[in-house]
Ligand binder design. Structure first.
Ligand code: SAH
Length: 350
C-alpha cells in the first residue's frame, strides 16, 4: 500500500523529497503496528524503566505547583507510544494534593494502533485524543506539554553541498530499489554552521519548526511550559543523521519503506530558537543523564530496590545505567524546556 503510494508519487513528478518519503513511510509505519518493546523495532526510555515516567511526573507536578496550582490545567503528551510514560506519571503523582482533580490529559497521536494501547494503559477520568495541534484552543486553560522521542519521528529535508552548490536530497525508484538523488536547489540556505565543503549535508525540519511555532503560540497565550526529550545535537552542525531501525538493528532507510522506524537527530539549537521566536523563555538543552539525576533518579532507584529481590535489584541498576550513563542514553539524549514566563523555573535546569 505505502509502496504503491510512493511509486505513484515518484512517477508523477520524477522524484519525491526525502521529507515526503519520510512522512509517507512513518505514517504507514506507526499506523500499522506497535513498534516499541522487545518484539518491536526499538525501545524508548519509558519502556526501559518506570522510573522515567515517574520522574517526569515529579517534574510536571513541581511545575504545576510553581504555576499556582491552576485547576483545571491541560497536560498534553505528544506521541505517547504505548501510554507507559503517562501511566507511570499518573501513579507517581497520585499523592500530590489536587493534582489529579485539576488534570485534563490530551494525547496528540495519529496512530490508530497506538491510540488503542494508550486507551488501555491510561486510567484517568479526563483523557482526550487529538490528531493535530489545531484541535487545541488558544483560549484554553494553562498547558504543560511533554514529548519523548516525538520530534525525531517528524520528517526532515536534507541538503547536500556538491559541485559548489546546494542540492536537495530526493528519492527515486529504480525497480526494485529506492535510490537517493541530489536535485539542484534554487533557494539559498541560511544559518549554516560553517562555510560548506564538498559533500557536507545539512538537515532542516519544516515539520518540527511548524509544530513548535504553533505549540509556542498556544503556550504563550494559555500560560505553561513544554519539555522535549530526544536524541540530537546541542548546536547546528553538518551531518547526515537519518537512520532506520528494524528489530533493534540499524537498517538502510531506503529498504522496506514503511516497515522500519525512520528518525533523524533533533537540532536542539534550532528547537530553542523557534520556541524563543514564539515568545517563550527557553532553558537551553541539557543531557538526559544530568536531568534525571537532578530529579532524583538514584534516590528513586534506591527506594525501588529496598523492596526488590536480587534479580529485580540488578534490573533496576541496569535501567539506571541505560537511562543515564554517558555511553548509553545519558549524553546523546537531550532535554529542552520552554516556559511562558521568565519567572517560571522548571526543575532540573540551571
Ligand atoms: N513517546 C513514546 C513513543 C515514541 S515513538 C515513548 O517514548 O515510548 C513516536 C510516537 O509519536 C508514536 O506514538 C507515534 O505514533 C507518534 N507520532 C509519530 N508521528 C506523529 C505525528 N506526525 N503526529 C502525531 N503523533 C506522531
Amino acid at each position: 500500500m505505502v509502496q504503491q503510494l510512493l511509486q505513484d508519487s515518484i512517477r508523477a513528478s520524477g522524484s519525491i523529497s526525502l521529507e515526503r518519503y519520510m512522512a509517507l513511510c512513518n505514517t504507514h509505519y506507526y499506523n500499522t503496528r506497535d513498534p516499541l518493546g522487545r518484539g518491536g523495532d526499538f525501545i524508548t526510555a519509558p519502556e526501559v524503566s518506570q522510573m522515567f515516567g515517574e520522574l517526569l511526573g515529579i517534574w510536571v507536578a513541581d511545575l504545576w505547583m510553581k504555576m499556582g496550582e491552576p485547576a483545571p490545567f491541560t497536560l498534553l503528551e505528544c506521541g505517547p507510544g504505548r501510554g507507559t510514560l503517562m501511566a507511570d506519571l499518573l501513579r507517581a503523582t497520585r499523592m500530590v494534593p489536587g493534582f489529579h482533580q485539576a488534570l485534563e490529559i490530551t494525547l496528540l497521536e495519529t496512530s490508530a494502533a497506538l491510540r488503542a494501547l494508550q486507551k488501555q494503559a491510561i486510567q484517568h477520568d479526563k483523557v482526550n485524543w487529538v490528531a493535530a495541534l489545531d484541535d487545541l484552543h488558544a483560549g484554553g486553560d494553562p498547558l504543560i506539554c511533554i514529548g519523548n522521542e516525538f520530534l525525531d519521528a517528524l520528517p526532515i529535508r536534507q541538503f547536500k553541498f556538491t559541485g559548489g552548490t546546494w542540492h536537495e536530497r530526493h528519492v527515486i525508484y529504480n525497480d526494485p530499489a529506492y535510490l537517493l538523488v541530489d536535485v539542484p536547489q534554487a533557494e539559498a540556505l541560511t544559518d549554516l554552521p560553517a562555510t560548506p565543503e564538498e559533500g557536507d549535508i545539512v538537515e532542516r525540519s519544516p515539520a518540527i519548526d511548524g509544530f513548535l511555532r504553533e505549540l509556542g503560540k498556544l503556550i504563550a497565550l494559555r500560560g505553561g511550559a513544554a519539555l522535549f526529550i530526544d536524541y540530537g545535537y546541542a548546536t547546528t552542525a553538518y551531518g547526515d543523521t537519518l537512520q532506520a531501525l528494524k528489530e533493534h538493528a540499524y537498517h538502510n532507510p531506503l529498504h522496506t519503506p514503511g516497515e522500519a522506524d525512520l528518525t533523524a537527530h533533533v537540532n536542539f539549537e534550532r528547537v530553542g530558537d523557534v520556541m524563543k521566536d514564539s515568545g517563550l523563555t527557553v532553558l537551553p538543552a541539557i543531557t538526559q543523564g544530568t536531568f534525571l539525576q537532578f530529579l532524583g533518579l538514584r534516590h528513586r532507584a534506591d527506594k525501588l530496590k529496598s523492596s526488590a529481590n536480587a534479580q529485580q535489584k540488578q534490573d533496576i541498576d541496569l535501567a539506571v545505567q541505560r537511562l543515564a550513563a554517558p555511553e548509553q542514553m545519558g549524553t546523546l539524549f537531550k532535554v529542552i524546556a520552554a516556559t511562558s514566563s521568565p519567572t517560571l523555573q522548571p526543575a532540573g535546569f540551571l
